[in-house]
Design a protein around this ligand. Structure first.
Ligand code: ATP
Ligand code: ZN
Length: 305
């Protein structure tokens, strides 16, 4: 019997998020945008959900996949890098999959990359044969090396990976990169990407079959609403006739189909559409040139699609 089967029925959902660090604040604000609120206890491990039976557990990000695997938490917000690493490690140890990524959340973006000393001339992965690679992601790296068919040595380090080449404990590194500033400060340059990462909403492979199932479905729908809405703007405008509508449609490839609003007797068509890309001044001016009049842009607070 697996831990998740053994976990007792519960009527409250538990979500693990990072206590402090890069994902802590965006994770909280995403959940708050989903209508969740908690009895304030910022410095504590457990936050009791007030608006809904959804509680928060504040932990180290490394602990999140394990908490889901053990059935202690139903959901977690964690970097894909961390989730994939622990999943890869389980697989390498012959353990069954325990968690899955349910949604990409669009924050915490970074890449897991190989980086070599700046003075190296990079000729490709074959060059790695026999070299030592320092990383905090040994399972992802080992899988990747196997797929590449290259025999290199994985040196597992829990922190300060970027100084390993200077210390002589490794020849190159495999680490998370966002701006690249840390690599440059350590005279390293990125050469290969192993994984494109972002924060994900992770859940158990086995879905709960008690009260939590309904809560989980509702929360996922709200998360989708928030993600979808984040960059959405309602665009309202008028146009003289069908010809203009066709031209405007071509300028709005990232928008929903243009909707007609009831005629107001002005002779012009009253139109609106939900646009999912950036609506810049430049874009509005282009739409105006193509025949849109009285353009109004409204931000969307929330919607149930
Ligand atoms: P904890 O105390 O929770 O273990 P941590 O030091 O492991 O914290 P952070 O540095 O806050 O964690 O990073 C959390 C996550 O943020 C990473 O796992 C990764 O998904 C994401 N991230 C985004 N950009 C970067 C970056 N430049 N370096 C490291 N992580 C990044
Ligand atoms: Zn961590």
């Amino acid at each position: 019997m697996t831990a998740s089967q053994a976990s007792p029925a519960r009527d409250r959902l538990r979500i693990a998020i990072q206590k402090s660090g890069r994902l802590a604040e965006p994770a909280r604000s995403l959940l708050a945008a989903c209508g969740l609120s908690w009895r304030q206890s910022r410095d504590k491990l457990f936050c009791y959900g007030e608006s809904l039976p959804v509680d928060l557990l504040l932990v180290r990000d490394d602990d999140i996949p394990g908490l889901i695997a053990d059935g202690v938490c139903d959901l977690g917000i964690v970097g894909r890098n961390e989730l994939d690493e622990q999943a890869a490690e389980r697989r390498r140890n012959g353990m069954p999959d325990a968690y899955q990524s349910l949604r990409g959340l669009g924050f915490g973006q970074c890449r897991l990359m190989l980086a070599v000393p700046e003075e190296w001339e990079w000729r490709g992965v074959e060059q790695l044969a026999g070299l030592r690679i320092a990383t905090s992601y040994p399972a992802i790296l080992a899988d990747w090396l196997e797929r590449q068919g290259v025999d290199a040595q994985v040196v597992e380090l829990s922190g300060s990976v970027e100084i390993a080449p200077r210390l002589g404990t490794a020849d190159l590194i495999c680490d998370l990169v966002s701006s690249g500033a840390t690599l440059a400060a350590n005279q390293l340059k990125p050469v290969e990407t192993l994984l494109e990462s972002e924060a994900v909403l992770a859940g158990a492979v086995r879905e709960p079959n008690d009260m939590r199932a309904g809560l989980l479905a509702m929360l996922l729908k709200r998360v989708d609403g928030v993600l979808h809405q984040r960059d959405s703007k309602l665009l309202m405008f008028r146009a003289a006739g069908e010809q203009q509508v066709d031209a405007l449609r071509r300028l709005l490839p990232d928008a929903d189909p243009i909707e007609r609003l009831p005629d107001d007797g002005s002779g012009a068509l009253r139109l609106q559409t939900m646009c999912h890309g950036a609506v810049t001044w430049q874009r509005l001016e282009e739409l105006e040139r193509a025949g849109a009049q009285g353009l109004t842009v409204l931000t969307v607070e929330r919607s149930l699609a």
